[in-house]
Design a protein. Structure first.
Lengths: 115, 114
């Protein structure tokens, strides 16, 4: 039972355009959501997060949107750059695991930004 | 700043052999985690340690054991390796208290079981 799903295994966009990565979740107990970026042969790197009390969080070129009623979050990258080419994972944590900080990860989406 | 350090980076084992994956963090974090990453499946939690002296099972604990040696170090042991345990293993740490904090990851151990 996949509680966090990234239904698009890959995405290709042109440099300078917007990249939109999507993530769906099923567990209504989740209250904290994160996006990680991963380059080959490296560990995941934290990118941006959002609490369930918000519907948007912005950090430079990266914005995460949360739609709690749809159990959906998305990561927008504007403008996209070739260095953004990586695998992006969404992750969720919730009140059920509030004493441990355990994360549930999606399968990942590979983003390719073409020059 | 080293962050989270994992050793070894690569390892090849034969079925039935045992080995321990080492992880150390220098951020004074309370919580530490072990994940495995397999193609198309994201990262799955094997074991975690919410604080020094405690360990708990995650999503896929079978075939593994862990030891939280001290606040800095959290090791993962395969007692009798099986081909199904071929994977990339990531260790992570976080300063988790009442508020959520992101986890910080090491660069992984690539393990092949023949």
């Amino acid at each position: 039972d996949q509680q966090v799903k990234q239904n698009s295994p890959s995405l290709s966009v042109q440099e300078g355009r917007i990249s939109i990565l999507n993530c769906d979740y099923t567990n209504s107990m989740f209250d904290y959501f994160l996006w990680y970026k991963k380059y080959p042969a490296e560990g995941p790197t934290f990118l941006i997060s959002i609490s369930s009390i918000k519907d948007k969080n912005e950090d430079g070129r990266f914005t995460v949107f949360l739609n709690k009623s749809a159990k959906h979050l998305s990561l927008h990258i504007v403008p996209s750059q070739p260095g953004d080419s990586a695998v992006y994972f969404c992750a969720a944590s919730g009140r059920g695991s509030s004493n441990t900080g355990k994360l549930i990860f999606g399968q990942g989406t590979t983003l390719q930004v073409k020059p | 700043n080293a962050g989270v350090t994992q050793t070894p980076k690569f390892q090849v084992l034969k079925t039935g052999q045992s080995m321990t994956l080492q992880c150390a963090q220098d951020m004074n974090h309370n919580s530490m985690y072990w994940y495995r990453q397999d193609p198309g499946m994201g990262l799955r939690l094997i074991y975690y340690s919410a604080s020094e002296g405690t360990t708990d099972k995650g999503e896929v604990p079978n075939g593994y054991n862990v030891s939280r040696l001290n606040k800095r170090e959290f090791s993962l042991r395969l007692e009798s390796a099986a081909p199904s345990q071929t994977s990339v293993y990531f260790c992570a740490s976080s300063e988790f208290s009442r508020e959520h904090q992101p986890q910080h990851f090491g660069d992984g151990t690539r393990l092949s079981i023949l």
